[in-house]
Design a binder for this molecule. Structure first.
Ligand code: FES
Length: 303
């Protein structure tokens, strides 16, 4: 919808601005000529009164031209105002979708079925489309989609925490506790239900390290990168763990979402450096090999 309305609005805005500029330049070009014409007729009418009707006719013509131009300018102003507002609203909506293009019809057909069916019947077109697009993107990224996320939880915590900006952190904390990360769909729902904007959500969730924007594994491996552990080889341990778990360079979780690897600050047991923690289990004085063995032993016990 942003493209359907926003682009024509931008086109109309551009054309009307050009017209009004051209009109203004034309008025500036003709003004001295009109003035000169009036002065000539005044001179002639002074010398010969038979020129008076011609002078009055010229006054009348110039007055009509001026009135028509004023009326045109009012129309230009209305069109510029309406098309600017339309364009800005569409642009704001587009940005609120994450700056990504809305899905085309083929994507909608491919992904509709369940996601549209799950949109509440009273939901407006914006809500339903935003949900559909979010679902489509989540699936492409391999994240849980709306169908797997119970948004009634979000509705409930918004009711409990409030709808103002001051509720942003408590809401995000509860979403994170519940889903173990901040799913896009849940954040979008928060924006729909509260006064909190997508920009404010993005600001808060990126400022605090406690918030995660991608799904986590069932178990968290914390690799200490405090000074003592860093000196004792934490970097090599991290790289070996990631290599063994086949974690992509831009990810922190393995493919079957069993382990998430986090680099953390001092875990408070520097005498054991280098240290890792797998959930609540601590292992120290590790090498890359023994760290991986500890992880495999944990998997065997909890897998
Ligand atoms: S630096 Fe790693 S436990 Fe302190």
């Amino acid at each position: 919808m942003a493209c359907v309305l926003g682009l024509p609005a931008a086109g109309v805005l551009t054309v009307v601005v050009w017209w009004s500029v051209a009109d203004y330049l034309e008025a500036r070009r003709t003004a001295p000529l009109d003035r000169q014409r009036i002065e000539e007729l005044i001179e002639k009418a002074r010398a010969d009164s038979s020129w008076k009707p011609a002078l009055e006719a010229e006054y009348e013509r110039q007055k009509q031209v001026s009135l028509e131009r004023d009326a045109r300018r009012v129309r230009y102003a209305y069109v510029i105002l309406v098309s600017s507002v339309t364009f800005l609203v569409c642009a704001k909506w587009f940005v609120s979708l994450g700056g990504e293009r809305p899905p085309d019809l083929e994507e909608i057909r491919q992904h509709r079925g369940d996601s549209v069916a799950h949109a509440p019947k009273h939901a407006g077109w914006r809500t339903r489309w935003a949900r559909l697009w979010s679902t489509s993107r989540a699936r492409r990224n391999g994240h849980p989609v709306a169908d797997e996320i119970d948004l009634r939880f979000v509705d409930r915590i918004v009711e409990e925490e409030g709808r103002g900006i001051e509720a942003a952190i408590p809401i995000l904390q509860r979403i994170q506790r519940h889903y173990r990360y901040l799913p896009d769909e849940a954040l979008r729902r928060v924006c729909e239900l509260t006064e909190i904007t997508p920009a404010q959500i993005a600001g808060v969730s990126s400022f605090y390290a406690q918030f995660r924007r991608s799904p986590v594994g069932r178990h968290i491996i914390k690799v200490c990168h405090g000074t003592a552990c860093h000196v004792a080889g934490a970097r090599e341990i991290t790289e070996e763990i990631r290599r063994r778990l086949n974690i992509a360079p831009d990810a922190d979780t393995d493919a079957d979402r069993f382990f998430t690897v986090d680099e953390v600050a001092c875990l408070g047991c520097c005498s054991l450096a280098p240290v890792i923690m797998i959930d609540e289990t601590t292992a120290g004085k590790l090498t890359p090999v023994t760290a991986c063995e500890a992880i495999e032993a944990f998997r065997a016990e909890h897998g």
